[in-house]
Write a protein of this length. Structure first.
Ligand code: ADP
Length: 510
């Protein structure tokens, strides 16, 4: 500041000396005094243009009139104007100098302000893009702090919040001239209490305010709609930021607060949606469970009751039918509970895949051992195109998928239907198709059958209502394998469930 004052004074003196010298020259050349006056006015204009305050051009106006009077008017080298003509000339010269310098200063100020405006708009635009990209709330706060450090060239202390108070500060000093060398660090007791007060009260505190003003940082709340999302401290250093810097900082903090508020609201909404979805899932599950579990459980307990009471009087064939019913019902319950467990684990991401390179043929054979025993009225064919199809899979889970698909084909097609399990290699993928010639799946249900608890309303052959969990589980398993599952129409009727898994290359070592 002192430096500027001295430079401006020297500039003013130099311009006045130069104009006086030119005045001497013009007079020596015999030119009229009007020319000398014009040179002085020009000089004042130059002073207005090159100095930083209007006081220099006003002082130059006064000095020009005095110099002109002292050097160029009669009586020479005396500060005196005797005749009315000279007095009027001096007055007009003074007024002309003051007016021109005032206008020059105003134009300069306007140019400076519009330059600042353009710079400010640029910075705000940049900041809003940076904040948008930052994503999570902490990232937004840090991005704003980085931007402030870059623009103000001052140390920035950034305090995140945990909802109850402020966390220890994170410093941003990369763009400060001498990071950390000018005063206390922001985690000292005094600084922390100023920052905490700023957070609690939502007001500016610390240096340059009336609250805890001995602090080294000026603390500003990052707040929107009454909620404080963080606190930013700006180190004051030797000079306080000017109005322009202050307004820039406040604009950035407002942007930061709005972005953080938006982010918090959208997170809250996502959480609420997830909770509502979980709640709906839970109530659907409870409804389905209470409805669907009752039938097989009543049947099991009824049959067990008959055996307990009348075992002695029943013939072997009757007893065998009852045993077999109990077995089927409990198998149904087991597969339902297994699907349910697997799907909740898959959805929650809690499943650890045990991936190993497997021969598809063996996986399908193993699955066929698990399919519903009651398929004597369906003809099942297993075929494979080409030899040795390998895929890196969790065999246990893929077996569960194939079993579910074949069981469905048995359940949802009438007696006498034929079911085919075909495997082949296609474009680097291992493909398994389970097809039947039953009623098929209507187009409007093709996507929805993979949603939890969706059933098309087809009654299964054994009269048990499905729970709509098998296919969602299959999709979750295929997704976890980076594979796909889709349903297509079979010709002339029925459906084809096609699984695609990334295949492994076969290599034989001698
Ligand atoms: P669930 O069998 O327990 O109902 P799924 O998710 O396995 O549950 O099947 C969803 C629905 O898709 C079934 O209710 C059934 O209506 C239909 N579906 C599945 N497989 C077939 C098939 N092969 N043929 C006809 N409909 C089927």
């Amino acid at each position: 500041m002192k430096h500027t004052k001295l430079a401006d004074t020297l500039k003013t003196a130099a311009v006045l000396a130069l104009t006086t010298a030119i005045g001497f020259l013009l007079e020596a050349m015999g030119l009229s005094q009007t020319n000398v006056i014009t040179v002085y006015i020009l000089g004042v204009l130059v002073v207005a243009a090159v100095t930083s305050s209007r006081w220099y051009s006003t002082a130059a106006s006064l000095a020009s009139v005095l110099l002109f009077n002292y050097i160029f008017t009669e009586p020479m080298f005396v500060l005196k104007a005797e005749d009315a003509g000279t007095q009027l000339t001096l007055l007009i010269t003074f007024l002309a100098a003051v007016f021109t310098s005032t206008y020059t200063v105003q134009i300069k100020e306007k140019a400076r302000l519009s330059q600042q405006d353009a710079y400010r708009s640029g910075v705000i635009l940049d900041t809003s893009q940076i904040l948008q990209k930052a994503g999570e709330p902490d990232g937004i706060l840090f991005a704003a702090a980085t931007q402030l450090n870059k623009l103000l060239k001052r140390d920035i202390a950034c305090f995140q919040t945990d909802g109850n108070g402020i966390l220890p500060p994170v410093s941003f000093t990369d763009c400060s001239p001498h990071p950390g060398s000018r005063g206390p660090s922001p985690d000292t007791l005094e600084e922390m209490s100023a920052a905490r007060k700023c957070y609690m009260e939502g007001n500016e505190t610390g240096a340059a305010t009336s609250i805890l003003s001995t602090a080294a940082f000026h603390y500003l709340p990052v707040q929107s709609a009454g909620t404080v999302y963080g606190v930013i401290g700006i180190r004051m250093g030797e000079t306080e930021p000017d109005d322009f810097e202050n307004s820039l900082a406040i604009a950035i903090l407002n942007q930061c607060a709005t972005s953080m508020e938006k982010e918090f609201i959208s997170r809250k909404r996502e959480e609420e949606t997830a909770m509502a979805k979980a709640e709906q899932l839970r109530s659907n599950l409870l409804r389905s469970m209470s409805h669907d579990l009752r039938t097989p459980l009543t049947s099991i307990s009824g049959n067990a009751g008959v055996l307990l009471k009348d075992a002695g009087t029943l013939d072997e064939a009757h007893k065998h039918r009852i045993y077999s019913d109990i077995y089927d019902d409990s198998m149904w319950l087991i597969s339902l509970v297994e699907n349910l467990l697997s799907i909740t684990r898959m959805e929650g991401g809690a499943v650890q895949l045990h991936m190993e390179t497997e021969l598809l043929e063996e996986v399908i054979d193993e699955a066929m051992r698990h399919v519903n025993r009651r398929h004597e009225n369906h003809s099942i064919h297993v075929t494979q195109e080409g030899d040795y199809i390998l895929a890196c899979v969790d065999a246990q889970l893929i077996i569960q998928v194939i079993t579910n698909l074949v069981d469905n084909a048995i359940k949802y097609t009438p007696d006498g239907s034929s079911i085919t399990i075909k495997s082949y290699k296609d474009n680097g993928n291992a493909v398994i198709e389970v097809s039947d010639n039953g009623p098929g799946i209507p187009d409007e249900s093709k996507d929805r059958i993979f949603q939890m608890f969706y059933t098309t309303g087809h009654k299964s052959a054994d009269g048990k209502r499905g729970m709509g969990l098998g296919l969602p589980l299959c999709r979750a398993i295929l997704n976890a394998h980076k594979g796909t599952i889709e349903v297509l129409d079979n010709t002339p009727s029925g459906s084809i469930f096609r699984l695609t898994l990334p295949a492994e290359e076969v290599s034989f070592h001698e």
